[in-house]
Design a binder for this molecule. Sequence first.
Ligand code: AK4
Length: 272
Amino acid sequence: GAAAEIKRWTLNDFDIGKPLGRGKFGHVYLAREKRSTHIVALKVLFKSQLKQSQVEHQLRREVEIQSHLRHPNILRLYGYFYDQKRVYLILEYAAKGELYKELQKCKYFSERRAATYVASLARALIYCHGKHVIHRDIKPENLLVGAEGELKIADFGWSVHTFNRRRTMCGTLDYLPPEMVESVEHDASVDIWSLGVLCYEFLYGVPPFEAKEHSDTYKRILQVNLKFPSKPVVSSSAKDLISQMLVKETSQRLPLHKLLEHPWIVQNAEPS
Ligand SMILES: O=C(O)Cn1ncc2ncnc(NCCc3cnc(NC(=O)Nc4cccc(Cl)c4)s3)c21
């Protein structure tokens, strides 16, 4: 048959349902693709706001990156289309919505639930890093829950392709100025740190370096001023894992595949 031509979607291809949520750049609606009756989430972004915030390139990068990612714990971005004023993202629908609302409701998660989420996120990040993609924005607000309770990383609006200049600079790093060498170090280990912060917040209901003033949070992060409250009671095994992820020296952070072998994960995470 004809070469697989890229399908040009339009709003007419969809029946629009209830609003699912509203973000900074636009709203998300439940929608059904008419021909297949497939249920999706449609995120509507206003071009004016994208232009104003100069994030068009980020959006293009997200669509490009997401089009190559297929993983049960990564929310699919099936495609996009636009009209005069808006850009529409055609997204996998996560039937149980936003994880942070669930966390707010039950204050903090059990160790089994937290470990199950952390293990599935680690598997998703191992997959991304294997494709030289780092998410860079792992936080409860970017995590959705599927119909079976499975976690979905969403919103790759801040993700980037990392490539190791060592290979692409024909073998030499010598001519790179410090700031570029520095950015080369900005690698997948940022997601390990964020996953450690997330694990802490799952178990205690608050992030580890929270402070009234931003400047104090910044200082606590730089000092890795990690403290474990006495309430709620959390196993020392969980604290050990978190302490191995929230390490200042990026090369010393627990690698994700080692995380999956950590006793706390092995003993608490539901088999995937
Ligand atoms: O989250 C809710 O409000 C409610 N909700 N409930 C269920 C549900 N099922 C699927 N998706 C939902 N929401 C959309 C999640 C996103 C995924 N990918 C995104 N990407 C993005 O926004 N990119 C983007 C935007 C503006 C600028 C730039 Cl540079 C990039 S948003 C759902």
